[in-house]
Design a binder for this molecule. Structure first.
Ligand code: PNS
Length: 170
């Protein structure tokens, strides 16, 4: 049976931190679904379609973490959207038994733990936490958007397609 994992998030937009987690997860599974999920607690800056396109356009830049992504030795990578419903139902639909989450700090872990427990309780879906690379530990999509809006450079934090898309919006 292939090992299938789902890496969910808002990805609004994808950062190098996300890309590093995705590339590392892809080396652990046969199939990885990167799923752009609508989070009702957040007002999206990019549409779901734009976020999917930015993720796909960013794959080649995972090379900066020393990994070709996705490579033949890694998982088949699928980018999808989920605008409503439960994440565990998406997992069931694609036969995934594992969720991937990147963790930068204690605050991330506190936010993620209840979700991990509820997803396991609802459907037996386990969550694997991958520690963020220290070089990406302070990078977040919201900080990137703020810096870009105020005219700062975000080249170090996000793939070039995202830099371009942010410039197009401001
Ligand atoms: O990048 P984010 O916004 O922190 O990601 C949070 C997300 C989208 C993964 C989370 O809100 C989520 O899992 N939403 C799906 C709805 C769901 O299944 N909720 C119940 C269990 S958490």
């Amino acid at each position: 049976m292939p090992k299938i994992a789902v890496y969910p998030g808002s990805f609004d937009p994808i950062t190098f931190g996300h890309l590093d987690i995705a590339a590392r997860a892809a080396s652990l599974f046969d199939e990885l679904h990167i799923v752009v999920v609508h989070n009702p607690a957040k007002t999206p800056f990019f549409s779901s379609e734009e976020r999917v396109a930015l993720i796909e356009a960013s794959f080649s830049e995972a090379a900066r973490f020393g990994k070709a992504f996705p490579s033949s030795k890694q998982a088949k990578v699928i980018v999808a959207t989920m605008d409503s419903g439960l994440l565990v139902d998406y997992c069931k639909k694609v036969d995934a038994s594992v969720l991937i989450k990147g963790v930068r700090n204690n605050a991330d872990l506190e936010y993620e733990l209840p979700m991990a427990r509820v997803n396991r309780d609802l459907a037996g879906v386990e969550t694997i936490f991958l520690p963020a690379d220290p070089s990406q530990g302070f990078v977040s999509s919201s900080l990137v958007k703020q810096v870009a809006e105020l005219g700062g450079s975000v080249d170090k934090y996000v793939p070039s397609a995202v830099v371009k898309a942010l410039k197009g919006k401001h």
